[in-house]
Design a protein around this ligand. Sequence first.
Ligand SMILES: [Ca+2]
Length: 187
Amino acid sequence: MKAILIKKDLLITLLTCGFIIGLLIWVYSEDLGLSLKDSSVFMGKGKKISLKASQVEVSSVDGPTVGRENLIDGNVDTFWHVKNPKERNEEWLQIDLLEKEVITGVRILARKDASQLWSGNNAVWEGSNDGQNWQDLLKLSMEKKKINKGKWVEFLFPTSSAFQYYRIKIKDPSFFSIAELEIYVKE
Ligand SMILES: [Ca+2]
């Protein structure tokens, strides 16, 4: 009888621990604006590459203090901001990797004091080998309402062809800024 009671206590303890751990994982993933699958599989996939400002081009800029260099300066307080009011339907940022590389993932940091990323499927990841002719590779889908200000959004790419140039093309009237951009390549 005593043994049965101990087992019952143990079972209740294990179930309680499991519930708490599950709850913490759920809260943490919601906070990041990610699905569990996204956050668990991204880590360890590829190595982050260092980019120079000269390797980044953008469609428009709202002034000298919010240019392309802010995307890769490692400073969460600085951001690229497109021209406002907008003069075009599509905004984009383009990266020249100088040689063909297979991209395994991209991380984007939202500006910390404003909700200015895109919504739904309004951004596309593209590849090119001449910087002129582009190929759609993946839709960068996100639920904007789940993306907190100042939080990272991660996109894991299936291994595919290598390209020298990559571009994020955004067609969304509510998109205005990105604080940081990190590119991961195959190791
Ligand atoms: Ca920055």
